[in-house]
Each structure stands twice: as C-alpha cells, then as structure tokens.
Design a protein around this ligand. Structure first.
Ligand code: FES
Length: 234
C-alpha cells in the first residue's frame, strides 16, 4: 500500500503519496503549479522549468521532485512569479510566436501563461530564428516556429508498435522537432488530433479541419490557466 505523506504549499496543508511528483500532488490538493513540458503519468522531462518552486531555500522543478513528509514548499511569491514570467518571455523570444495568426490562440498554454503573468514586452532580445515548416505529412502540419522543445509529442505519440512518430534532431541552436514521414503516414485522425491537443503551443496542427472552436469560445478565452485546479478543490 502506498504511504501517505504530509507537506505544505505556501502554508496550506496537503497530502500525497510517497514518491508522487510534487506537481501532481499539488494539483490533487487544489494547488496549481504551472507546467509546460510535464504531463501526468509521463516520465518527466524537466526541460522548461516553468514549474520552479522553492523548497528549503532552493529552486526546484516541481515536476521532477517527489513529495516527502514534512516538505515546506513555496509556490507563490514575487520571486517565483518573476522567474516564471522570465521563462515565458524567454520562450516567446526564442521562437517566432505570432499569436493572432495561430490556430491554437486561446487554446495555447504558453500564451495563457503570458496572460497569467502579465507579460508585456519581453526583457530579452528576440532571436528571430529561421525555422522551416514541414507540411509533408498527410495529417500533420509542423509549425516549428512555435516549438518550445517540451518533448511531449516525442514521449506520447507512438505508432502501434510503440515507435515515436516525433523526434528531436540536432542540438543547441540547431535542435528541431521532426516527424517520421513513414510512421506519420500511418497516423489515424484520432492520433493526429491527440498530437495537436498535447502540444502546449501551436507547433503541431492537424490538417484538414481548422478553427473548430470560434475565437472567444476557446479554453483560455473563458478562464485563466490553472484556475480550474484552484477552484475545483478548495
Ligand atoms: Fe517542470 Fe517543465 S513542467 S520542467
């Protein structure tokens, strides 16, 4: 049987199971910690650092840190808000994000975090990277300008034999997300839709159908990101 552990987040008493990732345990207790690369039940990538919290005076990624008995976690402070805001700004300047022209606008986690942290003008210079798009797959349009390298698609989207349909190629500034043409040709509509849905930005788009949800009726048009977790459990 799994062992229950008690911990606090910003003074709020919480419970979780020993070994549970902090970000999931927090959500189960109605506390929102922002994520971009994390998804529950996936091996954590720990790559975006938007989930940074403070534990015993140290900044830690909540998606790679298991909860422990007696842990005192800081999730809500001006310092953490500024770190998270800086990460959002960094992601915006690293890629080429033209929100008004993006089909995921209103359904995009990065954009929603930009609103949540009231990002105005990024503090970093724009990189204006040149990134090629890839429209060669029958069901997927890969808009690399918007990729934030969260690796969700690589970890989740597999063919019937468990082979990843997406993969990274290169490193550093040449790193890019790629799609395996042969495997992509076998994708069902459902899998293509899933790939689009788990992408936290607008990098993976399903072809043929577009703009199903009208502007104004999309996920984050109605509520601030994370507010569902905060409101459902308190
Ligand atoms: Fe924790 Fe990305 S959500 S590092």
């Amino acid at each position: 049987m799994s062992e229950t552990v008690k911990f606090t987040i910003d003074g709020k008493e919480c419970q979780g199971t020993k070994g549970q990732l902090l970000v999931d345990a927090a959500a189960d207790n109605g506390v929102y910690i922002p994520v971009l690369c994390h998804m529950r039940d996936l091996i954590p990538a720990g790559s975006c650092r938007i989930c940074t919290v403070k534990i015993n005076g140290r900044n830690m990624a909540a998606c790679t840190t298991p909860v422990e008995e007696g842990m005192a976690i800081e999730n809500n402070s001006d310092e953490l808000t500024d770190i998270r805001k800086a990460i959002v700004e960094m992601l915006f300047v690293e890629g080429n994000h033209f929100c008004p022209a993006c089909e995921k606008s209103g359904n995009c986690d990065l954009q929603a975090l930009g609103y949540k942290y009231q990002m105005m003008v990024p503090r970093f210079p724009y990189a204006f990277e040149r990134r090629d798009m890839d429209a060669t797959s029958p069901k997927i349009f890969l808009e690399r300008n918007r990729c934030i390298f969260c690796k969700r698609c690589v970890r989740v989207i597999k063919d019937n034999e468990g082979r990843s349909i997406f993969a990274f190629k290169g490193r550093g500034t040449t790193l890019q997300i790629n799609i395996d043409k042969t495997l992509a040709a076998t994708m069902s509509d459902e899998l293509a839709q899933k790939a689009m849905d788990i992408c936290p930005v607008g990098c993976i788009l399903k072809k043929e159908v577009g703009f199903i949800d009208p502007i104004g009726q999309r996920k984050y048009d109605k509520k601030v990101i994370g507010s569902d977790i905060e409101n459902n459990h308190q």
